[in-house]
Design a protein around this ligand. Structure first.
Ligand code: 9WN
Length: 440
């Protein structure tokens, strides 16, 4: 998977595969991440997918974002799943009846989950416009802008539990990296019993190998966290008093910062003052550096707010603040050093794909989901960061590795971090979409 071939013929063939994958996952007015495992609309998937659609079907890219934002809550929260009412209950677990969003004051008419995902949507909207600027794309930006601002305001005002300028995730699903070793320590404090899962039927393990997915004990805790939040009708008052899992995630907060940069650009295009966005972006970057950068390890680590300490696991989450264009040179250099270490193996010519977790760690698992396998979205975020921080050599190596992954295995959900073999869903939306962006 590491060849450096790849002429125009290979690129054309890969593009055709990516387009077929996205077309196959298109469902009326949005794209599903996967027809089997994830048949509804997912929040951050749709943002990544829009970035890819911009290269082939820009109207669909805007439709993707519009459909998602139609399910925004009145408090500004963007739910992580918007359920398709046409699907059977068995299509996905936990489904709408488990979430019970209809009992929350701020929920929309559509059935949704009550938690969020990393806010990469403003960046996506900006990139979709920039790909093919037109009167229509400017109108779409103007239409989405208030919703994007409300999304950011919700996170800044309702989720800054520690008051230090960073938003907390209240569930590992909110980070997008569900079973990352980053969450093991804070999750250990969540009461749960694997027997809980006997009352439910998991559907993920019907479509994917159970050995590649989170465990039943993980799921028991995931459900316990949803139950805690749902009992409070998804309100965020006094979270510290009653919720068992509160963590400041580097990727989630870097996405917030990147969103403010994107909103500043969007504001300029639609004739709004960009200064407040630039100001907020600066403050988020300062808070990230102040609260999550560990000068001893030289990397960014999540902060467990309940225990008030940094989580020691060194996962790929720690590399993602590089997407902030204003990350100070000292931290940017430290992230690059970490990425190029034996833990992640980034190089101008990579001999193995970028893993999602430190490959030298004892809890590295090459097959299990976010505990080792390589993921296109993490590759893409780091690729973007490397370009904006003046490392085209490393960016080129990573880009080649991303293309080789799909050339070798197809548009899989994730990939074996040694062999590049395809894992999880075989026709995964954001893999196809971000490949199109890498090929452009
Ligand atoms: C729970 C859809 C989503 C992604 C997440 C990924 C996975 C869901 C699950 O699939 O999470 O939200 O059922 O495992 O971890 O990042 O958005 O592709």
């Amino acid at each position: 998977v590491t060849g450096d071939g790849g002429g125009p013929a290979e690129a054309d063939q890969l593009r055709r595969l990516a387009v077929a994958t996205l077309d196959g996952n298109w469902e009326h007015d949005h794209t599903v991440p996967s027809r089997t495992l994830y048949p509804h609309q997912w929040s951050w998937d749709s943002a990544f997918i829009a970035i890819g659609l911009a290269h082939i079907r820009p109207e669909r890219a805007w439709q993707e974002l519009r459909t998602l934002f139609a399910a925004q809550w009145a408090d500004g929260r963007m739910p992580h799943i918007v359920f398709n009412p046409r699907l059977r209950v068995e299509a996905y677990f936990p489904g709408p009846e488990f979430w019970g969003s209809d009992r929350a004051d701020d929920a929309p008419a559509a059935a949704t989950s009550g938690i969020v995902q990393p806010p990469v949507h403003a960046l996506a909207a900006w990139l979709v416009h920039r790909r093919a600027p037109s009167a229509a794309s400017r109108a779409a930006l103007a239409e989405l802008y208030p919703a994007l601002v409300a999304q950011q305001r919700y996170l800044a005002e309702r989720r800054d539990v520690a008051g230090g300028g960073l938003a907390c995730v209240v569930h590992p699903w909110e980070s997008g990296l569900d079973n990352s070793p980053a969450w093991d320590e804070p999750m250990a404090a969540v009461p749960a019993d694997a027997a809980v899962m006997r009352a439910y039927t998991r559907h993920d393990t019907v479509h994917a190998d159970a050995a590649h997915r989170p465990t039943d004990l993980d799921y028991a805790r995931y459900l316990a966290m949803v139950e805690s939040y749902r009992e409070h009708r998804y309100r965020d008052d006094d979270l510290a008093r009653w919720h068992p899992f509160l963590v400041e995630c580097p990727l989630f907060n870097a996405a917030r910062g990147a969103a403010e940069h994107a909103l500043a650009d969007i504001a300029t295009v639609i004739g709004v003052d960009p200064a407040p966005h630039r100001d907020r972006a600066r403050r988020i970057t300062e808070a990230l550096v102040g609260r999550l950068f560990d000068p001893v390890t030289g990397t960014f680590q999540p902060r467990d707010v309940r225990a008030d300490r940094l989580v020691p696991a060194r996962t790929a989450l720690g590399l993602t603040p590089l997407i902030l264009p204003d990350l100070p040179p000292r931290q940017a250099a430290a992230v690059v050093t970490e990425a190029c270490s034996a833990r992640f193996g980034l190089a101008p010519r990579m001999d193995r794909p970028l893993p999602s977790h430190d490959r030298t760690a004892s809890d590295f698992e090459p097959l299990r989901y976010w505990r080792g396998p390589s993921w296109m979205n993490l590759n893409w975020l780091l690729w973007r960061g490397l370009r904006s921080h003046g490392r085209p050599d490393l960016a080129a190596g990573l880009r080649r590795s991303m293309i080789d992954l799909v050339a070798g295995a197809g548009c899989h959900e994730y990939f074996h971090p040694d062999t590049g073999a395809g894992l999880g869903s075989a026709a995964f939306g954001w893999t196809a979409a971000l490949l199109l962006d890498a090929l452009a």
